[in-house]
Ligand binder design. Structure first.
Ligand SMILES: [Ca+2]
Length: 340
């Protein structure tokens, strides 16, 4: 009997131990999830974030400056309106002294154009801020990181991706963004993203962690991040500025920023941002250049005219030579007849 009781007790003890362990693990996992979320919120850097209400006093947005066509309302910051030849930007006035970070941008690109619209906008992490230029409303030969949300395909020939298209470029100031090729030759990576004219909220996330750049989108009204691309070997310094800019040309769109939230991914105090200030922006990997298929050469009318003239001249000279030869032979024959 004693043996039976201790055996039953053993089974009960094992079962209780199993449930205790299971409960323990469950509590740990729930707690760590909650803690993780709490940490993310805790590391929100307010001085690098743009949240409503934008204007706490007067017309100025604390820690942010606007330039060009940018217009601030209670609900959005409009970089360009749906009109031609606009360009505007919004720039954080505080250098980002965080090595590893994640930036969530709440945006809306919309307009009356059904098939023709453009040109798109760009999210920047660069050395020089507040400079209007022709690269989505900001300067070319920039130093730092650009994430282009390009809505207009400038490259008219056949190509292997459609627009809107999100791509990344890292520059040390030496490269030029080639609008005509939609930045193909300088892009690190990219993805197609149908983010335009949505009646729900659209977001893009840029995560720069341990020299890996990842871009995610939340544009399908599913409330979760979908990876656009991930690139290793991206080197960026601390101390640059976050900004966004947009431009319209012949084609137009409203390019609105509704909010930006920057999260620090470092454990506070674990890294000295000054150690990373002198890094020269660089990328170890570039995307394979898009296959370029040259447009077939269609000779213009003037080229045809020149070719026709050349052919006529050749025919004329050949005919003239034949006629000259004929008369020359006749003349020689006449001479021979005279001799005999
Ligand atoms: Ca383009």
């Amino acid at each position: 009997m004693l043996g039976t009781i201790s055996h039953t007790e053993n089974i009960m003890a094992s079962t209780i131990t199993f449930f205790v362990c299971f409960l323990h693990l469950l509590i740990i996992s729930i707690f760590s999830t909650v803690l993780g979320e709490w940490n993310t919120k805790d590391y929100l850097k307010r001085e690098h974030s743009l949240v409503k209400p934008y204007q706490s006093s007067g017309m100025n947005i604390p820690m942010w400056d606007i330039i060009g066509s940018t217009m601030v309302t209670n609900n959005y910051i409009r970089l360009t309106s749906d009109h031609q030849s606009k360009s505007g930007g919004i720039w954080n006035s505080q250098p980002l002294l965080v090595k590893n970070w994640e930036l969530h941008v709440h945006f809306k690109v919309h307009g009356s154009g059904r098939t023709l619209y453009g040109d798109g906008f760009c999210i920047w992490y660069v050395k020089d801020r507040m400079q209007l230029g022709h690269i989505f409303g900001s300067r070319d030969h920039f130093s730092g990181l650009a994430i282009f949300l390009d809505t207009y395909s400038n490259h008219n020939g056949p190509h292997n991706h459609v627009h809107p298209y999100i791509s990344a470029m890292v520059n040390n100031g030496s490269l030029s963004y080639d609008h005509d090729a939609d930045g193909t030759h300088t892009e690190l990576s990219g993805c197609e993203a149908q983010f335009r004219n949505k009646d729900y909220d659209t977001y893009v996330s840029i995560k720069y962690y341990e020299n890996t750049l990842k871009v995610f989108t939340d544009i399908d009204n599913k409330n979760n991040w979908k990876e656009c691309f991930s690139v290793d070997g991206v080197h960026l310094p601390t101390g640059y500025y976050i900004g966004a800019s947009a431009a319209t040309g012949e084609l137009a769109d409203n390019h609105d920023i509704l909010g930006m939230k920057l999260y620090e991914l470092d454990v506070p105090g674990s890294l000295n941002p000054d150690d990373f200030r002198d890094i020269v922006p660089s990328a170890e990997f570039f995307a394979e250049p898009r296959e370029h298929v040259d447009d077939p050469d269609v000779p213009s009318w003037s080229v045809w005219k020149i070719m026709l003239l050349v052919v006529l001249f050749v025919i004329f000279f050949v005919a003239a030579a034949v006629v000259a030869l004929y008369f020359y032979q006749k003349h020689q024959e006449g001479n021979r007849k005279r001799f005999y």
